[in-house]
Design a protein around this ligand. Structure first.
Ligand code: MN
Length: 714
């Protein structure tokens, strides 16, 4: 284990300005906090964070990262708090440790390999500061190095997780070295036999004298010198894991794999890379389809190199990689290399396409610390990842709500969702989801998608499903209405109304079914009379009048209301205070009423179920408890009705007559909507009281021209 002064010396060796005091305090703090805790290896626990810090020094990371590495497990595993760490080590260290603690708490339970991809994205999205990720990887690397101390049943799970999540993550940010080591350890754990047989085979070949690596290195080095290219050549057998992967990918046996050796030619600059390539290709036969130029077209993670396969020295098939020293470091150390280069005042080029934005910050930042401080991972910040109760991860666009989540799980879940539990608590369906939230959707078979949802959902799937439902639902209403209107029209003319008759005229209306015709009539696209004329072409139109555009009916027009000049018989009013009937609900004697004290206009009388009363709910002092007094029935009041009337000749006259026969007087009449087949009206009628109005309603309902009548409350 690294001693305290050794760690500090290491950091100071590449960063002379490092905060020595803070490093010392962090070392002691971690040691004290973890106290007597032990690792499964029997080592004191604090050896783990110290080793993690040691790994981080290999990447020459800043002292903030080293300190956060020392403290990374204190909040999760000891009584240390983020506040304490902030106080002792500053906000940056605290923020990084906080990020690491959050990462430690989420866990992928699902075994589905597709889920691993989402989980990696979640880790990236949650690691706002790239140092969180670097420390997480160093943490995992040390845990893998000490994996053999773990109980066997835990080892496989950790190794699998490493292969599925952390090795690809390391590759994603270009940390080849960490990736390779993680893979090798995990491979050895998960596929012990394969590992052992490949290793044994490699050993056998070496003993057979077929370890040609040194000889080939020597020859390639000589080739470069003769060609006038300054280069350093290295070579190695490929790792057991990469051999195994190739065996799997090519479905080949070990013997069938010809290139188990890889050589690397490192040169000074890009021009020398192509010169070296020329030397290799002029001297050795190329293996077809093995040439790849990742210098002109780097891999998405920023990897740059030239790869080629040749029948090389000793007549052996080999793979050769050609690159500059700078490319090499970036390939091996990834994003950390950028920092190291910046530190040495050597700003590298745009090696990472996926972190173009980061590089811009890097180039504008005046010092390396500023680079790391300002570097927020921009990746996946347009997405959030949430868990199902079973531990599956669902990726959604940012600002998604539980309704989006429900539709992402399954349309059926979306259509029937009534509520959501987020991290165990019931939350409104419009709540915006956060990374790592666990979401449980509550469903009910009686629920339907609500048009309201359309206002807050963000995913296309949810929007489409809600709109589809609302459309279908509207159609249902049109179908019902259209059928009623047709039936009424036909029966009104004493004509038979049958589906058979309608089927015969489907083409006339470009309809595919009788329902289509109903829907068209209900929606007002086709009139009931159009349909009637189509079904009975010879029917005399004698009764069909023109569409009524203007009309005069007895009793129309504003009547003088005597009621206002006479004392009102209402109990509970304040003597001397003005009083009027609210226009919103038109209360009638017999209605339960309430008075509202208005500003400047006295008391307004509302019916108790008037919607306008909601506005005054928080002002009980303005409410007056009132009721109708004796004799009030001598007065006349305005009752307001909503009426839907068939658009037929004389229908309005019939309406007026019926009201008059019931001793009502039409005070006002407004047509609010008119189609070819029906009128929608608001009718104000002078009545004595509620019973009087109810009688009129009953009379109207018995008429065949009235298809709907009810009191209008607003
Ligand atoms: Mn740890």
């Amino acid at each position: 284990m690294l001693r305290q002064y050794e760690l500090v010396d290491l950091v100071k060796s590449y960063d002379p300005d490092a905060d020595e005091d803070a490093l010392n305090r962090a070392y002691v703090y971690a040691m004290k906090k973890h106290g007597a805790q032990l690792r499964t290896s029997g080592d004191p626990y604090y050896s783990h964070p110290v080793e993690v810090a040691g790994i981080l020094t290999k990447f020459k990371l800043d002292s903030t990262s080293i300190i956060a590495g020392l403290l990374h497990d204190t909040v999760e595993d000891t009584d240390a708090t983020i506040d304490e760490i902030r106080e002792l080590f500053g906000p940056q260290v605290a923020q990084i440790v906080d990020g690491l603690t959050k990462l430690a708490m989420i866990e992928l339970k699902s075994k589905d390999s597709k889920q691993a991809e989402n989980f990696r994205k979640l880790l990236l999205a949650m690691s706002e500061d790239i140092r969180v990720l670097l420390i997480k990887l160093a943490d995992r690397l040390h845990n893998m190095r000490t994996l053999h101390f773990c109980p066997p049943e835990k080892r496989a799970r950790i190794a699998r997780e490493t292969l599925d999540i952390y090795a690809p993550l390391a590759e994603r940010i270009g940390m080849q070295e960490i990736k390779t080591e993680l893979e090798e350890i995990a491979f050895k754990e998960l596929h012990k036999e394969a590992y052992e047989s490949i290793t044994a085979r490699l050993n056998f070949l070496r003993e057979q004298g077929s370890n040609l690596v040194p000889a080939i290195i020597k020859q390639l080095q000589k080739d470069m010198e003769e060609g006038g290219v300054k280069a350093s050549v290295s070579g190695r057998e490929k790792s057991p894991y990469s051999i195994w992967r190739k065996m799997q990918k090519k479905n080949a046996s070990f013997e069938q794999l010809s290139d188990i050796m890889a050589f690397r030619i490192i040169v000074d600059d890009v021009a020398s890379c192509y010169q070296a390539l020329g030397i290799v290709h002029s001297k050795y036969h190329m293996v077809p389809r093995r040439f790849k130029d990742y210098i002109s077209t780097p891999k998405p993670n920023g990897y740059k190199s030239i790869h080629t396969g040749v029948i090389g020295p000793e007549n052996t098939r080999i793979e050769i990689q050609i690159r500059t020293q700078e490319m090499h470091e970036v390939n091996e150390k990834g994003v950390a290399a950028h920092w190291a280069y910046k530190q040495g005042e050597k700003v590298v080029g745009k090696n990472f396409r996926w972190i173009q934005e980061l590089l811009e910050i890097l180039e504008e930042a005046s010092n390396p610390e500023e680079f790391l401080e300002n570097t927020k991972l921009e990746m996946y910040n347009d997405q959030v990842f949430c868990f199902t109760p079973k531990g599956d991860l669902i990726g959604l666009p940012v600002n998604s709500t539980p309704v989006d989540f429900a539709y992402a799980v399954h349309s059926k879940v979306g259509n029937t969702c009534v509520g959501a539990k987020i991290n165990g608590e019931i939350k409104p369906l419009r709540t915006v989801l956060q990374n790592g939230d666990q979401v449980e959707i509550l469903t009910s078979k009686a629920q339907h998608p609500s048009p309201e949802w359309d206002r807050f959902v963000v995913t296309g799937k949810a929007k489409a499903a809600i709109r589809r439902y609302v459309r279908a639902n509207k159609r249902e209403q049109f179908v019902t209405l259209g059928e009623q209107m047709l039936e009424r029209t036909f029966k009104g003319e004493s004509l038979e109304f049958s589906e058979k008759g309608l089927i015969a005229v489907l083409p006339n209306f470009e309809a595919e079914s009788v329902e289509d015709i109903y829907a068209k009539v209900g929606e007002g696209l086709v009139t009931a009379w159009d349909v009637l004329r189509a079904v009975y072409p010879s029917y005399k139109q004698s009764k069909l009048g023109k569409v009524v555009k203007s009309f005069k009916v007895r009793g129309f027009g504003k009547s003088e209301k005597k009621s206002k000049s006479e004392p009102l018989k209402i109990k509970g009013l304040i003597p001397g205070m003005a009083v009027h009937f609210a226009g919103c609900c038109h209360p009638l004697p017999g209605d339960r009423i309430v008075g509202i004290v208005t500003t400047g206009k006295g008391v307004a009388v509302h019916s108790i179920d008037c919607k306008a009363l909601e506005k005054f709910a928080s002002e009980p002092e303005r409410w007056l408890d009132i009721s109708w007094g004796e004799g009030a029935i001598e007065e006349t009041h305005i009752g307001r009705l909503k009426v839907i009337l068939a658009n037929e000749p004389g229908a309005l006259g019939d309406l007026s007559n019926m009201i008059a026969r019931s001793d009502g007087n039409i005070a006002n009449l407004n047509i609010t909507n008119r189609t070819l087949s029906y009128f929608e009206l608001i009718v104000d009628i002078e009545v004595k009281d509620l019973k009087h109005l109810t009688d009129i309603i009953a009379a109207l309902r018995s008429s065949k021209v009235v298809s709907y009548v009810a009191r209008a409350n607003q």
